[in-house]
Design a binder for this molecule. Structure first.
Ligand code: COA
Length: 259
């Protein structure tokens, strides 16, 4: 299958999915999310593929977030829909895939980018990677599972600090938080992930798929995601959101009316 915004290659039972919008730092627009949905759905049933590595093109970014230019003028309802559709189409699909998905975080993983990396089964970062959930600086909250998966991975206090400050952490801090499992040089990143994928592919794919199911089951006893969707949608009705996204697109500092 051929795509416009992503690249899918396969070698030795390992597929590599590369998000390929380097000029926009691989920001997730609607078309990219749709293509990711199609690619992961296809890989799930592709008998030649046992492990998937997800990365971003270029040396600068894994994914710098959802594409802000696409949702800056959305209404509350559209905001809610954006989160609901995205979670269903891509983030939950990746998390619940029966095959292991490793995120190779090769640079900025911000907002939807970090959320996508967190939906993967585990993460390896290059030493130049920087991660964060900067949504509140735009007057919105993480809407692709970030308010749920970040606390699961690094604990509530650290997650809330990162979300509230809209700050970024570097690869070593992410390693110390347990957000990524390994940090390697950018040059070695894909090779390192391929080695890990090779080790995984020696094991039973069926058992691995059951292990994924069992681990995920432990995190499903709340309606936190639904709460996130509704709070995310509500942000779209606020003046802070209008100011935050407008300021970004006009390349100036936001002056939030809600201050
Ligand atoms: N949505 C849309 N476009 C984005 C984007 C995003 N999330 N992130 C980066 N881009 C675009 C920029 O608008 C710019 O496009 P242009 O060249 O047409 O103006 C291009 O990608 C390069 O980004 P730029 O900001 O010039 O690079 P930088 O090195 O100065 O800064 C970042 C890098 C990651 C710090 C900065 O791009 C940024 O803050 N991005 C937004 C991060 C964010 O808030 N993500 C959460 C969204 S919910």
């Amino acid at each position: 299958m051929s795509y416009t915004n992503i690249l899918v290659t396969t070698k030795n039972n390992i597929a590599q999915v590369t998000i390929a919008r380097p000029k926009k730092l691989n920001a997730l627009n609607r078309d990219t999310l749709q293509e990711l949905h199609e690619a992961f759905t296809d890989l799930e049933t592709n008998t030649e593929v046992q492990v998937i590595i997800l990365t971003g093109s270029g040396e600068k970014a894994f994914v710098a977030g959802a594409d802000i230019s696409e949702f800056a003028d959305f209404s509350e309802e559209e905001g809610g829909q954006l989160a609901a559709e995205g979670q269903e189409l891509v983030f939950n699909l990746v998390e619940n895939l029966s095959k292991p998905v490793i995120a190779a975080v090769n640079g900025f993983a911000l907002g939807g980018g970090l959320e996508l990396a967190m939906a993967c089964h585990f993460r390896v970062a290059s030493d130049n990677a920087r991660m964060g959930l900067p949504e509140v600086s735009l007057g919105v909250i993480p809407g692709y599972g970030g308010t749920q998966r970040l606390p699961q991975l690094i604990g509530k206090g650290r997650a809330l600090e990162l979300i509230m400050t809209a700050g970024m952490i570097d690869a070593d801090k992410a390693l110390s938080y347990g957000l990524v499992n390994h940090v390697v040089s950018q040059e070695d990143l894909l090779g390192f992930c391929e080695q890990l994928a090779g080790k995984i592919s020696n094991n039973s794919p069926v058992a691995i798929s059951y292990a994924i199911k069992a681990v995920n089951a432990g995190f499903k006893n709340s309606n936190g995601y639904a709460a996130e969707i509704s709070a995310f949608g509500a942000c779209f009705g606020t003046a802070d959101f209008e100011e935050g996204t407008t300021a970004f697109l006009e390349k100036r500092k936001a002056n939030f009316p809600g201050k």
